[in-house]
Design a binder for this molecule. Structure first.
Ligand code: F6P
Length: 359
């Protein structure tokens, strides 16, 4: 029987989403199945008629894999169970989404998302009896039960390259360069890029710090004969008093940003060193995927179609011990993965002399 499967991207974009879509399209096509791309995440299903396009395998060549963003569009706003209406009220629109799914006559749907999206999509799938398979993507790498997610490797590469580019200016001007990176509540990007980019200090929300210790490390570096220092700060780091650098926007949406400026100002105050701050922001999400993200995306896309062929639903594909496996979506959501202070990379960093600003 010919199957018709849907695919959608949900949550913030990242590099590698188009590579996932391409893998699903080709792997379904080999089985003689049709793939329907749902536009703008679940928002496409709220439109009348639902917004989608049939994905032609001939249009999914290698160039699609190289492209950043998502050809399908996405959204990280508007929980359908608590949807913000133009008059400021909230409404449960989940029935409309389920009706949209049904109208497309899909045998199954592949959802590409992070833990927040999966929690919503799982609820929708249960409500509507929809056969769903999930593929993990997020630059934050905070989804449980998988060692890595699509988009993380590229974000780390961009952050590492930023340190590579900051270093010559730091050395030329005798400066301390502070780089603030994304990652939401998890410090994975800062930890990985900090080691790979030769940082002297890495500050992440999972490890408490003291600015005096950070300042001491920088002074030690300078007194040891080096004329510059590199510091990486994770966006969710709190101030020494425990305050978050978080702004709440209308509709209740919260966004991090700005802790790098606080850290930079404190370093200048405590060390007297000329200090500059770079907030890397969305450049970590938008580039062409690294080869690792292309491989991961391809393996995940193929595995998701395998699961549909086996009739295994409510599963998320995952990367564990050098292979692709599948896990229950609820287990992945429950096992939120931030940085373990005993992580092998934390130990690696410490034994390289990198400071976390600890006592
Ligand atoms: O979850 C991915 C992420 O890029 C976080 O690292 C960051 O805090 C957030 O999304 C930014 O969201 P937005 O694109 O809505 O500004």
């Amino acid at each position: 029987m010919t199957k018709r499967i849907g695919i959608l991207t949900s949550g913030g974009d990242c590099a590698g989403l188009n590579a996932v879509i391409r893998a699903v399209v080709h792997s379904a096509n080999i089985r003689g199945w049709e793939v329907v791309g749902i536009l703008d995440g679940t928002h496409g299903l709220l439109q009348k008629p639902p917004q989608y396009k049939v994905l032609d395998p001939n249009e999914f060549d290698g160039n699609v894999m190289r492209m950043g963003g998502t050809l399908l569009g996405t959204t990280n706003k508007g929980n359908p169970f608590d949807f913000p209406m133009p008059d400021g009220t909230k409404k449960d629109r989940s029935d409309e989404i389920v009706a949209g799914f049904k109208e497309l006559n899909l045998d199954a749907v592949v959802t590409i998302g992070g833990d927040g999206s999966f929690a919503i999509l799982k609820k929708l799938a249960e409500k509507g009896g929809i056969n769903m398979v999930g593929i993990p993507k997020t630059i934050d790498n905070d989804i449980g039960k998988t060692e890595t997610s699509v988009g993380f490797d590229t974000a780390v590469s961009v952050a590492t390259e930023a340190l590579d580019r900051l270093q010559p200016t730091a050395a030329s001007h005798d400066r301390v360069m502070v780089l603030e990176v994304m990652g939401r509540d998890a410090g994975h990007i800062a930890l990985h890029a900090g080691i790979a980019g030769g940082a002297d200090v890495i500050l992440i929300p999972e490890i408490s710090y003291k600015m005096e210790k950070v300042a001491k490390k920088i002074k030690d570096v300078m007194e040891g004969g080096r004329n510059f220092a590199l510091v990486v700060v994770s966006e969710a780091l709190k101030t020494e008093k425990g305050e978050k650098f978080e702004v709440t926007y209308s509709g209740g949406e919260k966004r991090y940003g700005g802790i790098g400026n606080y850290v930079g100002a404190r370093i200048a105050e405590l060390t007297g060193a000329e200090t500059r701050v770079t907030v890397l922001g969305h450049v970590q999400r938008g580039s062409s995927p690294t080869y690792n993200d292309r491989l991961l995306a391809s393996a995940f896309g193929v595995k998701a179609v395998d699961l549909i062929a086996e009739g295994k639903f409510g599963r998320m594909v995952a990367w564990q011990h050098r292979t692709v496996v599948d896990v229950a979506i609820e287990d992945a959501i429950a096992a939120y993965q931030d940085v373990d202070p005993n992580d092998t990379l934390v130990k690696t960093a410490k034994l390289l002399g990198i400071s976390f600003g600890e006592d």
